[in-house]
Structure formats: structure tokens, C-alpha cells
Design a protein around this ligand. Structure first.
Ligand code: F6R
Length: 649
């Protein structure tokens, strides 16, 4: 079910901005089930004609829900894939097909092992071909596509650089299958999969833009807020070599399928009044006036009737009477988001405050999907909540062990080894058998870890002891970070959810076991206020999975009074800040509080959160508020409100 335009005139306005047909779905699952049905239809139609269907396929997290749905169709609807021929877009160069991150292996795990496509119908570029033979191998790949009759339907994802396949910025419209160097942003994006950027291959073999454009039909999918900006540029911007997805504007049969989060930067969603579809509800009025102030570079209270009229907001003006009235409403609404009392101000009139004053103190639950998430976004607020007497509990949903490098684990194991040698020398030496045994056990544990690191190699599965050590390293950092903002280590919970412990990046699958653990935790905590994140994130991300688990677990308690009353605040992750119109609670920070926050973030050393994330977004939010005519603060942490039990996605 797609949200399709309602009127012809609306459609033509949208087309004015969108140069590619773009459909927005409530979720990636909805989009993929529609697409999978289309593919099923094509397979069956070709079977009737006794012909093959040639699909161009992508890897990465985006197509995973599509592949799951195709597998379901094969199993449950008994559709055979024998007449399907596939060509994958790309492959990392220099890693063999058994490597857990090779695209060949990915496709086996995610699709090919579960459907009946004949092995000789499957084509993935060869990432191990010697450099000197790469050109010939790429030409042979192109020839095979031509011999198969060309690609009927090409499936694409989009990278943060705007790449399709691995056609990084600079790729030309006529480029063909070839060996390319990966952009540094692409390598950074792939770092979690390879357990560190240094392990990400530098090169890849990819179909060219020209190869892709020859497909008869193309569908690009994108999910999550992090894709929103690049999608909007590809759909609405100029055709440019710096965003290879923009070349798709030149194709006559292409569609983009987006979830709501990935569509959020399109003009029709961001500035709907410009495409003639404004609803002018409270939220839209607020958003449009903040946008107008930004555009005119003026504080809200200085906007004039002329400026409303000249920017497509004349009907709003007619409705509300004057710019003055509109400005005041927006000014007050913004003003009321600012509070130094995130847990509510006791004994105060809370009519215009973001949070209720009762109960006080509150049971506050802060959810961090990965250990560094909460402090990066809300260390200042955490500190205020503690100081204002609330019972603050921080719950880490996953252990974060996959973020800890082998180098860090080696360092810890070596320290343990040296400690046991020192200990033995100082306190052992035959004086007490139990003590001696203790030191020797410690040393065997250290050497077990060191051996496991060697044996598994840079990308192998982690044996339990190594994974546990990495989790403990992360725990230590999390405890240190919390203690900087005053959260006592006894008030921290580590759930170590099994979906993470058993999974790999981009391929996590949460189960009932995870859900029960979250539901049990909520039953124990009975929070009055929750801070969480991930509602707009890529659905395959840890943040999105944890958010869904939280919402589903909360629903299990929907009849309990604490759940009905609980207020839920949402902090955005490091990658995308909240825009002023989205903010329902703005918690100011003094320069000292900001320094404290940076020091808290600094406790996470092992995977090195880039410094520019340390409070930079909070400084920007303060500048934005100041420009809109609010008081000038050093920094501001910001939150959206989530209507918990009513939440749908
Ligand atoms: C993968 C590919 C890439 C990805 C893109 C998005 O075969 O060609 O262009 O589609 O990097 O990756 P995800 O889906 O992981 O966000």
C-alpha cells in the first residue's frame, strides 16, 4: 500500500520537484512485500512463456527484507526460481568468496541458499581476479549480461555518497563494469561490518553507471533517516557525477521505494506547502514558520505579512489573520520547549512545560542500544536528572562487543598476563597453593584470549570468551561515562540482548527471547519517564531493532498504570540532529555542562567516537534557537516526544 498523490494538480507539483517516480511506504517491509509480489508476477509470467527472468541484485542491508520476502514466497507460495538468472552489482576486491563479508557469501546466506536458482544462473563479479586480468574479467561479466539478453529488473540501494553499485562520486554516466577505489565515506560506513575501517577493502569491482542504466527497469530502495538527504538530492537535484544515483533521472523506467524516514528530506514532505498540499495542522504551521524564519534569516517575531505571502504561505496568513498572530504562536511554542527540568519541575504549574511535574521524583529509564548512544546525545540531561533527584537507571540493550577491536582485546589480555606474572612474583611462589592457582588460571585465561584472536583471524566468528572480554571492556567504558554524569554503577543494567550476541552487522534478527528480556526489564523498572532512540533509523540498525523491541515490550504492559502514564522522549543518534521544528524538549547546557558531557563521551576510547560528535550538534541547536529569537545558550540537547502506546511504524 503506497501513499500515492491525491490530486492531479498535486501530482504535477510533485513532479516539478521530483524527477524520478518516488513511492513512500509506511515501512521497508511494506515496500518489499509489494516489490516481491511484482517480482513473483514477472517470474511466473516468464515461466508461462518458457523464458528466463534476468535480475540485477544488490547487497547491503537495504535489500535484506526483500530477500526475506522472496524466500517466503518461494517456500510458502511454492514459486520456483529456476528460470531466474542473476547478476550482482559488485564485489569487494581482494577478499575470497568464503570471507564472511564477501558479497558472494552474503548473497548465498541471504537468498541463494534458500531458493532454487540454479548455481550456473548466478553471477557475482570475481573479487579475487589478479589486477592484470581485472579488465578482461569485467568485460566478460558485461558479455554475460548481454548473452542473457540484458537485465530485466535491476534492484539498487544507495550509499551515503550517492553511489549505486560502487560507482563513487566522479563515475561517469557511460562507465562500465570495472575495478574502482572505494570512497573514504563508503569505507567508514562499512567499518562495523569489517570490525574496523582498517580492514575494509580499498577496492571493489562494480557494474558501471552505464551498465546499470541499460537495465529495462530499475528500482532503488532506501530506508531510514540517514538516507533522506542523499535520496532527496538524487531525486530533486541536478544530474551530476558527484551523485551517481542522480543519473537515474535519465532512465525512462525507474522508481524509488522509500520508507517514511528516508523520504523526510523530499520537498513534498519537508515543505508541503510549496507543492500545494499543506494541511496546516499545528505541527505543519510550526514547521513552516520556522522554515520561513530560517529562509529569511530572521527571528520568528520579525516575520512580515509580505514574507508569508511571497513564500507560498498566503492561505495560512488568511486563516490566522496576520503575521503577528502566527509569529507569537510559534514563538511561544518554541519557548515552551526549553526547560532546565527534563524530569518535570516539582510543585510548578506544568501546563506549558514539556514534562509533567508529578510524580516527583520519577523513575527515569534511559535506553542505550549500543553503549555509547545515550551519553553522546544526552549526557547533560542525564546529569540534570540525577542532580534533580530522580531515580535514573541506564539500560544498555546490547553489549557493544562488536565495536571493540582485536587490538584492544589483545592489550587487555596482555595486561592480564603481565599482572598474573607480577602477582605470582610478589605474592605467590609456593607460599599458598590457592593463590598460586589463581594467578595461573588468570594467565591461562589471558593466553586463551590471545589464541582465540589469532585463530579466528581478522574476520572470523568470535568464540564466547573473546566476545565476553570485549563486552566487559565496553562495560567498563559505559560505567566510567555514566559516573561522569553522576549515574552510580549500581544503577546501570546490561541486557546483552541475544540478537546482538548471535549476530553480525546488517544481519541481526531479534526474536521473542529478546522481547521477553526487554519486557521483563520494563516490568521491574516501571518507569515514569523513558529516553530512547532509533525510531527513524535504518531498520537493520541496532538502534532501530532496539527501538522496536522497546515499543513492542511496552505494549505488553499496556494495561498497567505506569505504562499508560509513562512519557517517552526520543533522542536522535549521532548522525542526524533534530531540526528545531521537531524538538519538543530543549535542555540547555552551560559551558561547564558541555565540558562534562565531552569528558563523559571521552570515556569511550575503544572505538573512538569522532571528536566532531562531541557536543557539536548541541552547539548547533543552540545557535538555531538563538537565530529564531530564543535566549542564547551555549548548547542545547534536544528531544522529540513519542506517543508510546500509540506509536506505529
Ligand atoms: C551493494 C551496493 C551498494 C549498496 C549501498 C547501500 O551491492 O551496490 O551500492 O546498495 O552501499 O548499502 P546499504 O544497503 O547497506 O545501506
Amino acid at each position: 500500500m503506497s501513499f500515492d498523490p491525491c490530486t492531479m494538480s498535486y501530482q504535477s507539483h510533485v513532479e516539478h520537484f521530483e524527477k524520478i517516480k518516488t513511492l513512500i511506504f509506511p515501512s521497508s517491509v511494506d515496500a518489499c512485500s509489494e516489490l516481491a509480489q511484482q517480482i513473483k508476477g514477472l517470474i511466473l509470467a516468464r515461466q508461462k512463456e518458457g523464458r528466463d527472468l534476468v535480475l540485477g541484485l544488490a547487497t547491503g542491508s537495504t535489500p535484506v527484507p526483500l530477500y526475506r520476502e522472496l524466500i517466503r514466497i518461494h517456500r510458502e507460495e511454492k514459486v520456483s526460481f529456476r528460470n531466474v538468472i542473476t547478476f550482482n552489482l559488485d564485489e569487494y576486491y581482494g577478499i575470497n568468496r568464503d570471507h564472511p563479508e564477501s558479497y558472494f557469501r552474503f548473497m548465498q546466506d541471504q537468498l541463494f541458499d534458500h531458493v532454487d536458482i540454479p548455481p550456473d544462473h548466478i553471477h557475482v563479479p570475481d573479487g579475487m581476479v589478479p589486477m592484470d586480468d581485472a579488465f578482461d574479467s569485467c568485460e566478460a561479466f558485461e558479455r554475460k549480461i548481454a548473452d542473457a539478453g540484458g537485465i530485466d529488473l535491476q534492484i539498487l540501494g544507495i550509499g551515503s555518497t550517492g553511489h549505486i553499485g560502487f560507482n563513487e562520486p566522479g563515475s561517469t554516466q557511460v562507465s562500465r563494469t570495472r575495478l574502482v577505489a572505494l570512497d573514504k565515506v563508503t569505507r567508514r560506513d562499512a567499518a562495523p561490518d569489517f570490525l574496523g575501517e582498517e580492514n575494509v577493502p580499498r577496492f571493489a569491482i562494480t557494474m558501471g553507471v552505464g551498465t546499470i542504466l541499460q537495465a529495462r527497469e530499475i528500482i532503488l530502495m532506501a530506508w531510514g533517516e540517514n538516507k533522506a538527504d542523499i535520496v532527496a538530492q538524487a531525486v530533486e537535484g541536478h544530474v551530476t557525477e558527484s551523485i551517481s544515483a542522480s543519473f537515474l533521472q535519465e532512465h525512462s523506467n525507474v522508481r524509488f521505494l522509500l520508507d517514511t524516514a528516508a523520504s523526510s528530506s523530499l520537498t513534498r514532505i519537508r515543505l508541503p506547502w510549496l507543492v500545494g498540499r499543506a494541511m496546516w495542522d499545528e505541527r505543519e504551521i510550526h514547521r513552516s514558520i520556522i522554515w520561513l524564519a530560517g529562509k529569511e534569516k530572521k527571528p520568528v517575531l520579525k516575520l512580515t505579512d509580505e514574507e508569508y505571502n511571497e513564500n507560498g504561505m498566503g492561505d495560512l496568513l488568511t486563516r490566522e489573520g496576520s503575521a503577528y498572530n502566527l509569529n507569537i504562536i510559534t514563538f511561544n511554542r518554541l519557548q515552551h520547549t526549553i526547560t532546565g527540568w527534563p524530569g518535570g519541575k516539582p510543585d510548578a504549574d506544568d501546563t506549558n512545560r514539556p514534562e509533567k511535574s508529578e510524580p516527583h521524583p520519577k523513575n527515569v529509564l534511559i535506553i542505550a542500544p549500543e553503549p555509547s548512544d545515550a551519553v553522546v546525545s544526552m549526557a547533560g540531561t542525564m546529569s540534570r536528572l540525577v542532580t534533580q533527584g530522580h531515580r535514573v537507571r541506564v539500560c544498555y540493550f546490547t553489549s557493544g562487543s562488536l565495536r571493540v577491536t582485536d587490538g584492544a582485546a589483545t592489550r587487555f589480555a596482555r595486561t592480564l598476563e603481565m599482572l598474573s606474572l607480577d602477582g605470582e612474583k610478589l605474592h605467590g611462589g609456593g607460599r599458598d597453593e590457592t593463590v598460586d592457582r589463581g594467578w595461573s588460571e588468570q594467565r591461562s585465561f589471558a593466553s586463551l584470549i590471545l589464541n582465540q584472536i589469532l585463530e579466528k583471524g581478522p574476520f572470523g566468528e568470535h568464540p564466547a570468551a573473546l566476545r565476553r572480554l570485549k563486552a566487559l571492556i565496553r562495560r567498563g567504558e559505559a560505567r566510567d561515562a555514566c559516573s561522569v554524569v553522576g549515574v552510580h554503577h549500581e544503577h546501570i543494567r546490561f541486557l546483552d540482548l541475544p540478537f546482538y550476541e548471535k549476530g553480525r552487522y546488517r544481519r541481526f534478527i531479534a526474536t521473542e527471547e529478546d522481547l521477553m528480556m526487554v519486557a521483563d526489564m520494563l516490568a521491574e523498572e516501571r518507569p515514569d519517564q523513558v529516553y530512547t532512540t532509533g525510531s527513524q533509523a535504518d531498520p537493520s540498525s541496532i538502534q532501530a531493532i532496539c527501538f522496536q523491541l522497546f515499543i513492542k515490550a511496552l505494549k505488553r504492559h499496556e494495561n498497567e498504570s505506569w505504562a499508560k502514564m509513562c512519557s517517552i522522549w526520543h533522542y536522535r543518534g549521532h548522525q542526524k540532529a533534530l531540526a528545531p521544528h521537531e524538538i519538543a524538549m530543549a535542555v540547555p547546557m552551560s559551558p561547564d555542562q558541555l565540558r562534562q558531557k565531552i569528558s563523559s563521551i571521552g570515556k569511550f576510547q575503544v572505538h573512538g567516537i569522532p571528536n566532531n560528535l562531541s557536543g557539536e550538534q548541541d552547539l548547533r541547536t543552540a545557535v538555531d534557537y538563538d537565530a529564531l529569537g530564543m535566549a542564547e545558550y551555549e548548547a542545547i540537547e534536544s528531544f522529540e516526544r513519542i506517543e508510546g502506546l500509540k506509536y506505529k511504524r
